[in-house]
Design a protein around this ligand. Structure first.
Ligand code: ARG
Length: 458
């Protein structure tokens, strides 16, 4: 079988070169997008009188038949035909004869492959936004059940102030909300059409790029043909957005691993999301969040990989650009798998309210509130801070917590203390009075969940 570009050559391609340069093993994932792009291109060629309408129709029917074969997994792709574009063109010519050779009029694989990638990312980005929403939905469900559940809030991984567990979960909701915004914004640029740029300089045929853009649902056309075939910013943006999503998934996963440890025991992951040990019979391992945390690395790697490919690349198309694909596919698949697991794992985890509550009873996370108490009685905050520091030290030395100290002990530190100090110190009170907008009081958290649900309904 001869090459589609064989005319200028006097020798067969070296087998190793053929294998090394071929992309068909991975870019066959673009088969549908390639056919979709070709269908619009050939329709435009017919409409513009660049090829006869009858020929355009024949090509269209041939492509539709190949599409059916692709859908039915009946096509065997050939390494000798290098990539998805030439595999499909060759199939077309085999099917409908030499007229199939008219498809590539006014087009190059360079604008073709870029168009395929735009189409692919448009579909995948839209699907991923839905998967992120499912995770957000799971977070909201858990949050609604835990508005009144108190958990230690940490800074420096040291107990800081108690918070509503719902508040903690909802923090992730908003991270994912920004992730959706980033993806949605990136679609603006995914919706630039490269097709019609030709190899790099445009084409001599009177093509109609607006028509192709309309047919394929693109919002804009690249105004510069050299940029159109060289640009991979839209993939970089996707990989960057994906890296940030994985960062969020990884931080949440780390908390789940910590919380489900013997030391914390704040949550228990459902049995169906954990695995055992081949040697230690007692083990129930949080493999899923661990692996989510771990997979973050490959997604970052894919971003750095493509940045590196693009850095220093002269205009316009270079074969290096073929390296844009595997990292992108891998990122899409990693994200899909991760988000699909995160939603049900979040929804099915058991929240151990008693353990969380017990943790709060045995710490000093209400210390800020006694300081605020003295401030309300007229003491400057700095002085109050100093006094409470001394009280905490005294309590530690006595092996007590703040609620265990007697009023006499308090009065030793300041005459401003009265009986009402004990109400101020209760964790429920500590949380309830943090009622500023975006704070952790049940009232604010309920408002926040309402805001979140409104986002999901859109
Ligand atoms: N397989 C190629 C890629 O993925 C398609 C474009 C090839 N163009 C070329 N002039 N060799 O980048």
């Amino acid at each position: 079988m001869s090459k589609l570009w064989g005319g200028r050559f006097t020798k067969e391609t070296n087998k190793l070169v053929e294998e090394f340069t071929a992309s068909i093993s991975f870019d066959q994932k673009l088969a549908k997008e390639d056919i979709t792009g070709s269908l619009s291109h050939v329709k435009m060629l017919g409409e513009c009188g660049i090829i006869p309408i009858e020929d355009a129709d024949k090509i269209k029917n041939g492509l539709l038949e190949i599409k059916k074969m692709v859908d039915a997994n009946e096509v065997v792709f050939a390494v000798e035909d290098e990539d998805i574009h030439m595999n499909i063109e060759k199939l077309l010519i085999e099917k409908i004869g030499p007229v199939g050779g008219k498809l590539h009029t006014g087009r190059s694989r360079n604008d073709q492959v870029a168009t395929d990638m735009h189409l692919y990312l448009r579909t995948k980005t839209t699907e991923l936004i839905v998967l992120i929403e499912n995770v957000q939905q799971a977070l909201v469900e858990q949050a609604k059940k835990n508005v009144e559940t108190l958990i230690p809030g940490y800074t420096h991984l040291q107990r800081a102030q108690p918070v509503s567990f719902a508040h903690h979960l909802m923090a992730y909701f908003w991270m994912f909300e920004r992730d959706k915004e980033r993806l949605t914004d990136s679609l603006k640029r995914v919706n630039w059409l490269p097709l019609g740029a030709g190899a790099l300089a445009g084409t001599t045929f009177p093509i109609n790029r607006e028509r192709v853009a309309d047919l394929l649902g693109f919002e804009t056309i690249y105004p510069n043909s050299m940029d159109a075939v060289s640009d991979r910013d839209f993939i970089l943006e996707f990989l960057a957005a994906a890296s940030i999503i994985m960062t969020h998934i990884s931080r949440f996963s780390e908390e789940l691993v910590l919380w489900s440890s013997q030391e914390f025991q704040f949550v228990e992951l459902d049995d169906s999301f954990c695995t055992g040990s081949s040697i230690m019979p007692q083990k129930k391992n949080p493999d899923v969040p661990e692996l989510l945390r771990g997979k973050t690395g490959r997604v970052y790697g894919n971003l750095i990989g493509l940045l590196t490919v693009l850095k220093g690349l002269p205009l316009a198309y270079n074969k290096d650009l073929q390296e844009d694909k595997e990292g992108m596919f891998d990122t899409v698949e990693t994200l899909e798998g991760s988000l699909k697991l995160l939603a049900p794992m979040t929804e099915t985890m058991t929240v151990k309210k008693d353990v969380m509550r017990k943790a709060i009873n045995n710490d000093f996370s209400n210390a800020t509130d006694i300081a605020d108490y003295l401030v309300r009685k007229g003491l400057p905050f700095r002085e109050a801070h100093e006094i409470i520091g001394k009280i905490v030290l005294h309590a530690i030395q006595m092996g007590k917590f703040l609620l265990d100290l007697s009023l006499e002990e308090y009065k030793d530190f300041s005459p401003l203390f009265t009986e009402d100090i004990y109400e101020v110190l209760s964790p429920e009170h500590v949380v309830a009075v943090r009622n500023s907008f975006g704070g952790t009081s049940p009232e604010q958290v309920i408002e926040q969940i309402k805001l979140a649900e409104a986002k999901l309904q859109r």
